[in-house]
Design a binder for this molecule. Structure first.
Ligand SMILES: Cc1cc2nc3c(=O)[nH]c(=O)nc-3n(C[C@H](O)[C@H](O)[C@H](O)COP(=O)(O)OP(=O)(O)OC[C@H]3O[C@@H](n4cnc5c(N)ncnc54)[C@H](O)[C@@H]3O)c2cc1C
Length: 330
């Protein structure tokens, strides 16, 4: 089935792109993924999304995004994209069951936080275990929290948490931080932050709410308990970009490279949200990028003519191959 626009992903970025492009009569197809709704489906209260003064549950917010996109005629398919071919026009997008083609594509496949992988961590997610201080620090006013990690993100999370928490313990598996010098200095000079070197978290304690963590010294294997009410896992994010390797330019951290606005290196393929944004990673910024990508795609489609797609086909393939080989030689 051919579409003018296909949107891959159904988090705040994908659904916002769907709302804008459906209202512009582009009749988009959203290939939502088998777990539609994105990262907010695994959170409870969202208190910082504008328009909801009392806060809203993450899954309910995403259900509202979806209904709004459907109201304007976006078609939504709850399947995963398994392969894409952006080397010629129209672009081809494959799921397990079918092949689709489109004149323009918006990639909004998001990212996911890396977790420690402990059963107790999973059980207490949203009950004191978090991967986002910007989202959840507010809930830890006057409490003691533990941050796991040693990179810039961990230092940022720890510093942000000091605005609310009573005390922040950074647990790091090595004896020094990976974070940039400036972030290290900021964190180490903050009196609310202390560091526990050469330790890992083995277990999160608490039945319905975090009550502490069991940490293990990696040098001598000894375990001890830290009492705390929150655990922030800050060991990085994994952008969902494996599908696009060899098709789009991807930076050294694994995020899709943006050329100008929301454009990728392939003309007609746009990107929105956490799949390219490693800095802000918020629902409202992802939605903002979704809006921009839809407006950029609309403009592109106004100028796109299928008659010239033979020419575009050659240009797209050349552009894409040139950029990829250029990025691989640098
Ligand atoms: C626990 C938690 C709590 C959070 N709380 C807040 C908060 O309170 N406030 C806030 O502003 N932000 C919060 N965030 C951050 C926020 O959720 C993200 O910034 C936002 O969801 C990013 O939106 P996105 O659309 O870019 O990507 P995502 O939400 O990651 O959505 C990506 C979408 O792409 C789909 N997808 C991936 N691969 C494929 C594929 N191959 N085929 C088809 N579809 C695919 C996925 O199924 C998903 O639907 C939280 C994040 C987490 C993890």
């Amino acid at each position: 089935m051919h579409r003018r626009l296909i949107i891959i992903g159904s988090g705040p970025a994908g659904y916002t792109a769907a709302i804008y492009s459906a209202r512009a009569n582009l009749e988009p197809l959203v290939i939502a993924g088998s777990q539609s709704g994105g990262q907010l489906m695994i959170t409870s209260e969202v208190e910082n999304y504008p328009g909801f003064p009392e806060g809203i549950q993450g899954p309910e917010l995403m259900e509202r995004f979806r209904k709004q996109a459907e109201r304007f005629g976006a078609q939504i398919l709850d399947e995963d994209v398994t392969k894409v071919d952006f080397s010629s026009r129209p672009f081809r997008i494959f799921t397990e069951r079918e092949e689709h083609s489109a004149d323009a594509v918006i990639v909004a496949t998001g990212a996911s936080a890396k977790w420690l992988g402990l059963p107790s961590e999973l059980r207490l997610r949203g009950k004191g275990v978090s991967a986002c201080a910007t989202c959840d620090a507010f809930f830890f006013r006057g409490k003691d929290v533990v941050v796991v990690g040693g990179g810039d993100t961990a230092m940022e999370e720890a510093l942000f948490l000091t605005k609310f928490a009573n005390h922040v313990t950074v647990v790091h598996r090595r004896d020094r931080l990976r974070a940039s010098k400036i972030m290290q200095e900021k964190a180490q000079s903050n009196t609310k932050i202390s560091f526990l070197w050469n330790h890992v978290v083995d277990e999160v304690l608490g039945s319905n709410q975090v009550e502490g963590v069991i940490v293990r010294n990696v040098l001598d294997g000894k375990t001890s308990e830290i009492k705390c009410q929150g655990l922030f896992v800050a060991i990085g994010h994994e952008p969902a970009t494996s599908l696009f390797r060899g098709q789009l330019e991807i930076d050294e951290r694994g995020y899709i490279k943006v050329m100008d606005g929301t454009k990728t290196n392939v003309s007609g393929v746009f990107v929105a949200g956490d799949v390219h944004d490693y800095k802000y990673r918020q629902a409202v910024t992802a939605a903002g990028f979704g809006c921009q990508a839809a407006l950029d795609a609309e403009k592109y489609l106004e100028e796109y003519s299928p008659e010239s797609s033979g020419m575009l086909k050659i240009t797209a393939r050349k552009e894409s191959l040139d950029k990829i080989s250029e990025s691989q030689t640098h």
